[in-house]
Design a protein around this ligand. Structure first.
Ligand code: NDP
Length: 340
């Protein structure tokens, strides 16, 4: 990619095709390549820089290391009227979700609430793209994923938690869905790596070094240190809940059980994912549409000129990717892969 390309825009479709081709060359099936490429490019456009094109190198290295099966065919099972399980077969969680998505929507509409458990899956992406589409279908969705041991729960001495993100999406009448999505650590591992690369210090309280002493140096956190949960004991308990639900309900691993030491370059945690979907239009309990509209109005009266999800919703409408120096480097990597 030429220097003159920096800070220019590249059409969404063109970037998706380039990234998908690189993934295909690294051993991904055409359908999974397209799913991951759309995920990365969509996150990039929406400003999720730590989980946008930044993740491409991780995907390519992981595929080449043999840690993940880019050709995996997920197996969908209906365990009860309101419980769908997918064995991702050591493939990517997004492919497993795509295989079960329509069934989850149908079961949620039929039962009012349904759960999708995905086991044996790899997730390296932002979580909001997994839940936001349910809100666009009029459903509420909550999702959680655990990752790899890099965070210490309050009261513990060793890192057993992942960065364990939690995402929530709900439909807003005549508006953008209400969506939030964040790691339950002080910051995501991706952001620690971005700070290390840019030579930036972190805020105090984010993590500790390999001796357990507080540090603001991202390299010390990455080099044998650990992150801390957000919000002290409160974030710690939420992250513990995610470990328990994901490993307990999906058959996936605890973050502390992820061992990729035999696969140098592997970057995708091999765990599981839970998605709980609720149909708020079920008659009898409440009146979602009118209460939700009142809620958004109440936020406005309280002085909030936005709500979670609105900024991202607006940026998702962009149809091109801003080619910064970092993006240009990654696209150049993708285009090399495409022409190997
Ligand atoms: P952030 O700390 O950036 O928080 C993101 C959320 O908070 C978004 O919902 C965002 O909304 C909102 N937000 C951010 N800043 C503000 C603000 N100043 N005021 C109000 N709301 C704000 O997220 P993290 O760094 O913790 O996580 C980043 C991503 O990493 C997530 O997408 C997460 O899923 C992903 N992740 C994935 C993992 C995996 O294993 N797959 C592991 C850990 C994290 P908005 O964007 O609409 O502004």
């Amino acid at each position: 990619m030429a220097d003159s390309a920096f800070n220019m825009e590249m059409p969404y479709d063109q970037v998706v095709e380039l990234v998908a081709e690189a993934l295909r060359r690294a051993g991904c099936s055409p359908s999974t390549s397209l799913i991951l490429a759309k995920n990365c490019v969509g996150a990039e456009i929406a400003g999720s820089e730590s989980h946008g094109l930044f993740r491409l190198e991780g995907y390519l290295a992981t595929l080449r290391s043999g840690w993940v099966d880019g050709m995996a065919q997920p197996k969908v099972s209906i365990l009860s009227p309101a419980h769908i399980h997918v064995d991702a077969a050591n493939g990517f969680a997004q492919t497993a979700l795509a295989a079960a998505r329509d069934a989850l929507i149908a079961r949620t509409r039929a039962c009012g609430i349904a759960i999708l458990t995905i086991g044996g899956s790899h997730h390296l992406a932002a979580l909001w793209p997994d839940v936001a589409p349910f809100a666009e279908e009029g459903l509420i969705a909550i999702s959680m994923v655990n990752s790899f041991a890099c965070a210490i729960p309050v009261g513990a001495k060793s890192a057993i938690l992942g960065t364990n993100p939690l995402a929530f999406a709900a439909p807003v009448p005549d508006g953008a869905p209400f969506v939030f999505d964040f790691a339950t650590t002080s910051m995501s591992n991706g952001d620690v790596r971005v700070a290390a690369r840019e030579g930036r210090r972190l805020q105090p309280g984010c993590g500790v070094d390999r001796h357990g002493s507080p540090t603001t140096d991202p390299n010390e956190i990455l080099d044998g240190g650990a992150l801390l949960p957000f919000g002290g004991h409160k974030g710690s308990a939420i992250s513990l809940m995610i470990e328990l639900l994901v490993a307990g309900l999906t058959g996936g691993k605890f973050s502390s059980e992820v061992d990729w030491s035999q696969h140098p370059g592997a970057a995708t945690p091999h765990t599981g994912q839970v998605i709980i979907a609720i149909d708020p239009s079920v008659d009898g309990a409440g009146d979602w549409n009118s209460r939700c509209s009142q809620f958004i109005e109440m936020l406005r009266h309280a002085g909030m000129d936005t709500y979670p999800g609105l900024r991202r919703w607006r940026s998702r409408k962009r149809e091109s990717v801003r080619v910064t120096a970092d993006v240009a480097r990654l696209l150049s990597l993708a285009s090399q892969g495409a022409h190997d």
